[in-house]
Design a protein around this ligand. Structure first.
Ligand code: EPU
Length: 439
């Protein structure tokens, strides 16, 4: 397992190109199982989670080819990677094995597409993970309302459809609010169902909108995406299309905080500030300035960071996926901040690690009280999940001395070339390969 060594205290300055969104690309790749003919996806980031999804849809009969990247950025977005061509050539397999599902919970996204297109799906039940229990009951309930029948067998969800799924009006929210991947799963299935489906209490996240827009290019008839009520008129078939994945708002937000925490100045290219309105609102109060010019965001901060209160919420509220990173920043604010986690109430594994670096954070249930300190100190810390690990990188960038972060495979799941991007703007960060780390 690789580690990062970070020598803190360097001000970041320069340009960073934002990658395509991991959380948009994952369900979109799964949705490609429903299309006939070739689909070309641009902006799919190179990440271990994407490799896992490609492996999964590959096992489900989808042929995937990655082109070489274009020499330089052209046209409508970044070209860090070449486009992906996808084409389903065999529809006989219907199983998502535990081996893959246990490494990536987003494997559940194949459930709706498989049921709608192949009439059968066997998906290993994802277990708990570092950020909480993460049930999939809302996915199953929504698909049941469309007519799928489910049973549990040896740790798998086995779903079957007699004939064709049937559209209906349903409420999709749960105790914690809407579900992002659940909305996408049911929306995908409803795209090929018989008649109209209305999803009430749908998630409004940009990733849902991106998937709906791709499905519409494939011939689906979806309206209202981006609002809590999505209307889907079922069609008989979907055909391949060309689509560019939206920029990764969480990667962008993480680099905005990197600029702020190092008192630096970053120019973040190919991003969509509209997707980050709640984040810029909080950062503005902290004292972080963001200026937008076309698809570029310029971020700079005042030396003094103000404490703030923040509660994570479904979109357009502050995203849970940036909670840990904001907490790292607030460790250095001038006073006491309060963060409440409403989406995943247990998502606080970073608290103990930030405290090892000199943070003063006290957790009370789903709330963390952060007393700002003058400086953080380098320490050996452990990455526990993707976003918690990003918070440790941010803390390491500003900490006095050297920070060693073990188990950075968590970061590799969701941040494309993070150390190269940071080094290019002045960070001192080095990857220690597993063999060297053990020696
Ligand atoms: N929930 C249920 N039942 C369900 C599904 C969800 O009770 O069947 C609950 C969850 O436990 C949670 C809330 O509903 O309390 C919202 O969870 P949601 O379903 O929206 O999460 P998700 O779709 O599984 C995606 C992202 C997460 C991100 C959340 C919330 C992907 C691959 N994952 O997960 O991203 O935190 O939405 O925005 O898109 C990450 O990238 O680090 C990450 C964890």
């Amino acid at each position: 397992m690789d580690s990062f060594l970070i020598h803190g205290g360097y001000r970041l300055k320069g340009k960073i190109e934002i990658s395509g969104s991991k959380n948009s690309a994952l369900p979109i790749l799964a949705a490609c199982l429903m299309a006939e003919g070739k689909t070309t996806l641009k902006g799919v980031p190179r990440l271990s989670d994407i490799d896992s999804m490609n492996k999964l849809i590959g096992e489900l009969g989808c042929h995937i080819y990655r082109h070489e990247p274009a020499e330089k950025t052209v046209g409508d977005g970044p070209n860090l990677n070449g486009p992906l061509d996808l084409e389903v050539r065999d529809e006989t397999q219907c199983e998502a094995r535990y081996d893959i599902v246990k490494t990536m919970r987003a494997s559940i996204c194949v459930l709706g597409p498989l049921l709608a297109k192949r009439g059968k799906a066997i998906v290993s039940i994802p277990g708990g993970c570092a950020i909480g229990d993460r049930p999939v009951d809302l996915h199953v309930r929504g698909l049941q309302k469309l007519g799928a029948e489910f049973r549990t067998e040896n740790g798998n969800i086995v779903g079957e459809v007699r004939g064709r799924l049937k559209g209906c009006r349903m409420y999709l929210g749960g105790a914690q609010g809407p579900t992002v991947l659940g909305t996408i799963n049911v929306m995908c299935a409803a795209a090929l169902a018989d008649g109209e489906t209305v999803l009430v209490g749908a998630a409004c996240e940009p990733e849902v909108v991106d998937c709906a827009e791709m499905l519409n290019k494939m011939g689906a008839k979806i309206k209202g995406h981006g609002t809590p009520e999505i209307r889907i008129e079922g069609v008989d078939k979907l055909t391949g299309c060309e689509h560019r994945i939206i920029p990764d708002r969480i990667e962008c937000g993480t680099f905005m905080i990197a600029a702020a925490i190092t008192n630096g100045e970053l120019e973040l290219k190919h991003c969509n500030l509209d997707h980050l309105i709640a984040v810029t609102d909080r950062l503005d109060e902290v004292g972080v300035k963001t200026v937008r010019e076309n698809g570029t965001i310029f971020v700079s901060s005042t030396r003094r960071l103000n404490p703030v209160e923040m509660t994570t919420q479904p979109y357009p509220g502050f995203p849970t996926d940036l909670q840990a990173q904001l907490m790292a920043l607030l460790c250095l604010a001038d006073g006491m901040s309060v963060i409440t986690e409403r989406i995943f109430p247990d998502r606080f594994l970073h608290v103990g690690e930030l405290n090892r670096m000199g943070g003063r954070i006290r957790k009370e249930g789903a709330t963390a009280v952060i007393q700002g300190v003058k400086e953080l100190q380098g320490a050996s810390v452990m990455a526990s999940d993707l976003r918690a690990s990003a918070a440790l990188v941010l803390a390491g960038l500003v900490a006095k001395g050297t920070t060693r972060i073990d188990r950075v495979y968590h970061i590799d799941r969701g941040y494309e070339k993070i150390e190269q991007k940071l080094v290019a703007v002045g960070a001192q960060i080095e990857r220690i390969k597993e063999t060297k780390a053990v020696a």
